[in-house]
Design a protein around this ligand. Structure first.
Ligand code: NOJ
Length: 546
């Protein structure tokens, strides 16, 4: 009997260690990564892609996981280190996949779980990490949890959602979310009660006050972590708890983020980025003390300031944006910088199709402090689409423009939504061979960022460039420090920048960006003050010459 228990114990230990080996970084898929670095997300360049529109491998007009796999070498050549996949789960598509009908399954239109495993393995082989969208605030009304919950007043999952009779204790209507309708409580005829939803009626909100439900969500996280995904993007991470105490940013929501972080930290080299809206201090609060909530939050305080600075040609808005984000965050926390995403209009539209301005925006994305996220197609200057299938945000969700063929190289069939109007002129095939293209600009900048310790660092400080149209930043510290001068105006700028307060070695200064038309003049007489000229929308990335 005792011998039998001993053998069982050994068997149990072997099984547990085997499970652990596959989850902790030495498992099948993760071992394919070239490195294991808990800080990988700080130096990474991310690429957000909308799976339905990236590449259709089977000609049905809908992008799929096998299609993404086909294009990994493109992402690798571009210098991308991690992709964020918008929801890949089953969905009735009332909100383009953000209405999830199964947290551990794959949307059959996109492929199978085997396709996902293959994609993850191939991405890791290419040194590209993969993060998934976690949509935890709500599910689809077709999710089995809601189907159970609505079935009767005494169903065990009844309390996993928020049910009530009028008058309601809270409404939580946010005018910013007008596209989801005006009502936040919908009557369910099955039991005659109403359920709460921040978004569309087909997207009931989960009840985070229910501990069993929260544990079920943590199990979803475990499921994907054991599979080897590298992290998550958290959809509306500030909205989890709501009630009579408020609708967003409740202290209980922070408690849940801390619990999530503790779980994720059990798995080496994973990272989370949060979609958090609200006033900048609220956004930053989800970085916790810098190590105990989200690894990164999207830099909405900055992106809303990048465009006004480019429109006006004045750095003031950018300075405010940086002040409210990078310069206010807790040490250890990291900002995730963007120019757009699947909810915004594309930079091409916001910058009037002006390629100089579009390149300038890309320059800022790649040289400002924070981790850059490129939204698919931004790198070729894709325009907004004009057709609507779900809502106005489809403008930024049209098929990726690979070439000038009728399906844009996205599909051999009929795309689920028409291509954007500029697919024949702005596509990968056309731009690849053109050194002056937007794509070549992105490639050059991403390579520069990946080679530059200073650009990857957290350190940034302003210096005086002698002109309001120029943003001048010292990036990095000590011997690896560099100076980035960016002309926000559409005309030539001349000035003198002041490095007198910055430790900087004597000697020649080199422009790492290698662009013509901008220059800096070494001046022995006024030490530390360098006359320069910058071409329209031009940038110099200056370092002591080797
Ligand atoms: C934020 C997502 O980015 C957006 O696309 C979606 O509609 C809402 N959350 C609801 O999930």
């Amino acid at each position: 009997m005792r011998r039998h228990s001993f053998v069982s114990l050994i068997a149990l230990l072997v099984a547990v260690s085997a499970t652990c080996l596959s989850c902790n970084g030495s498992g099948r898929q993760r071992s394919l990564l070239p490195d294991d670095d808990p800080n990988w997300y700080r130096s990474a360049v991310f690429y957000e892609l909308f799976p339905r529109s990236f590449r259709d491998s089977d000609g049905d007009g809908i992008g799929d996981l096998a299609g993404i796999r086909e294009k990994l070498s493109y992402l690798d050549d571009l210098g991308i280190s991690a992709v964020w996949l918008n929801p890949i789960y089953p969905t009735p598509f009332f909100d383009s996949g953000y209405d999830v009908a199964g947290y551990r399954e794959i949307n059959p239109e996109y492929g199978t779980m085997e396709d996902f495993d293959n994609l993850l393995e191939s991405a890791h082989r290419a040194g590209i990490r993969v993060i998934l969208d976690l949509v935890f605030n709500h599910t689809s009304d077709e999710h089995p949890w809601f189907v159970e919950s609505r079935s009767s007043l005494d169903n065990p999952k009844r309390d996993w959602y928020q049910w009530a009779d009028p008058p309601f204790d809270y409404e939580c209507f946010n005018p910013m979310n007008f596209q989801f309708g005006l009502e936040r409580w919908t009557l369910d005829p099955v039991t005659g009660q109403h359920y709460f939803h921040h978004f569309r009626p087909q997207m009931p909100d989960l009840n985070f006050y229910n501990p069993e439900m929260r544990e079920a969500l943590l199990d979803v996280v475990r499921f994907w972590l054991y599979k080897g995904v590298d992290g998550f993007r958290l959809d509306v991470g500030h909205m989890y708890f709501e009630g009579t105490e408020g609708c967003e940013h409740l202290p209980e929501t922070h408690d849940f983020h801390r619990e999530l972080r503790t779980l994720v930290d059990l798995f080496p080299s994973r990272a989370m980025v949060g979609e958090i809206s609200g006033p900048p201090p609220d956004v930053l609060s989800y970085l916790g003390n810098g190590t105990n909530e989200l690894h990164m939050v999207f830099n909405f305080p900055l992106v809303t300031m990048i465009y006004p600075s480019i429109w006006t040609g004045d750095r003031w808005c950018l300075e405010i944006g940086l002040d409210r984000s990078h310069f206010s965050k807790p040490p250890g926390g990291q900002m995730a910088n963007i120019l757009g995403n699947h909810d915004f209009f594309r930079p091409d539209g916001l910058l009037f199709g002006d390629s100089g301005r579009i390149k300038l925006a890309a320059t800022l994305l790649m040289t400002l402090p924070g981790t850059p996220f490129v939204y698919y197609g931004e790198e070729v200057g894709m325009a907004n689409g004009t057709a609507t299938v779900v809502d106005y945000r489809d403008a930024a969700r049209t098929p990726m423009q690979w070439d000038g063929s009728p399906g844009g190289g996205f599909t051999e069939g009929t795309p689920w939504i028409p291509l954007s109007p500029n697919w024949e002129t702005h596509n990968v095939a056309v731009e690849e061979g053109d050194p002056a293209s937007i794509l070549s600009h992105y490639r050059k900048l991403i390579q520069l960022r990946k080679q530059s310790e200073a650009l990857q660092s957290d350190h940034a400080s302003f210096i005086d460039p002698g002109s309001r149209s120029v943003l001048a930043l010292v990036r990095g510290e000590g011997e690896s420090a560099i100076v980035v001068l960016t002309n926000l105006k559409k005309s030539m700028v001349e000035g003198i920048f002041d490095l007198s307060e910055v430790p900087w070695p004597e000697g020649e200064i080199c422009n790492l960006l290698g662009e013509d038309g901008s220059s800096v003049i070494l001046n022995d007489e006024t030490r530390g003050h360098y006359p320069y000229s910058l071409k329209p929308h031009g940038t110099m990335v200056l370092a002591p010459c080797p």
